[in-house]
Design a protein around this ligand. Structure first.
Ligand SMILES: Nc1nc2c(c(=O)[nH]1)N[C@H]1C(S)=C(S)[C@@H](COP(=O)(O)O)O[C@H]1N2
Ligand SMILES: [Mo]
Length: 298
């Protein structure tokens, strides 16, 4: 089996995806032109998104299972076996449970291109041209029932394959409400710039939640559970006062130890203002209460 089939996307497929995206009326969705053309984000017409260079995206990372410094994950030996790879979909909320080979997932779902702002809770940001499968499509295939209130994501955790696997005392775990998970912005990314994800960016499949802080973007996912209770997430367990369940980007809700009003642009110049929901309010604000409801931020 080839490592990752999605590195080859026909221009026809790309075109169809773009048409589908436009038909869905999603203003924030942009498409990467394989012809090397325009990268634009219709959502923010005044400021077209300028993607961060691939080299930068691949060398400034948080993936603690491969070390705590930003350069550790890209400098680590390539020990994670990413092919073959399976993703299990299970939980009381799934009528159709199953273990899926990633190769089969690729053959079933079209790979879309989404250029998105990426904002880390540490007040830095990039713009990343992701490739991937909308999360709602995979969840729909599990036939969610009324008990599917939350979605829990569990990631690879193997001391044989990761030098710092045990930093959190178990697999990195994240969670979403079912409504968040079904939002068209939520992506299961498989590539960046039409190239397969690298080990350090969460190969072979990781979450992308553009309106949330980066720690929600669980890497190297092995299991997705449709559950009734709000999952206890890794960072919430590390420090619940600083890293809550929702972790929606907001310049109005500072981190207990620093301001979230602005962000350092990695691979760019200086700082820029942080936007509410990272600039995706039109798509996601309806999922939450009033802006003053602090629980929805952190
Ligand atoms: N398994 C796992 N996933 C993870 C992390 C991690 O340490 N382990 N770090 C998170 C954090 S804090 C961020 S900011 C993003 C970083 O993604 P990037 O390295 O692709 O920019 O991954 C998230 N996903
Ligand atoms: Mo982060």
């Amino acid at each position: 089996m080839k490592p990752i089939a999605n590195s080859i996307i026909t221009s026809e497929q790309d075109f169809r995806n773009r048409r589908k995206i436009i038909a869905a009326g999603l203003s924030a969705v942009a498409a990467v032109s394989l012809a090397g053309g325009v990268l634009a984000d219709a959502h923010d017409t005044s400021e077209p998104l300028k993607p961060t260079p691939l080299k930068t995206i691949n060398s400034y990372n948080n993936y603690y299972e491969f070390g705590f410094d930003k350069s550790d994950p890209s400098e680590a030996d390539k020990t994670l076996i990413t092919s073959p790879w399976t993703v299990e979909i299970t939980g009381a909320g799934a009528d159709k449970k199953g273990v899926y080979d990633l190769a089969d997932i690729y053959s079933e779902f079209a790979i879309e291109s989404h250029v998105r702002r990426f904002r880390c809770v540490e007040a830095w940001s990039m713009v990343i041209p992701w490739n991937g499968i909308p999360l709602h499509k995979l969840i729909a295939s599990a036939q969610p029932n009324s008990r599917a209130k939350y979605v829990r994501f569990i990631t690879a955790n193997d001391a044989q394959q990761m030098p710092n696997a045990d930093w959190a005392g178990g697999p990195y775990t994240e969670g979403l409400t079912i409504a968040e998970a079904m939002n068209p912005l939520a992506l299961l990314a498989t590539g960046i710039y039409d190239k397969p994800l690298e080990q350090q960016t969460g190969a072979p499949i990781r979450l992308v939640l553009p309106w949330k802080y980066g720690f929600k973007y669980a890497k190297s996912i092995v299991r997705i559970e449709l559950v009734e209770q709000m999952p206890k997430t890794t960072w919430w367990q590390q420090n619940s006062r600083e890293y809550g369940f929702y972790a929606n980007v907001s310049p109005h809700h500072n981190h207990p130890r620093w301001s979230q009003k602005s962000e350092r642009v990695i691979g760019g110049f200086g700082r820029q203002r942080t936007q509410i929901y990272n600039g995706y309010a039109d798509e996601v604000a309806h999922l939450y209460g009033a802006l003053s409801d602090r629980q929805y931020f952190y």
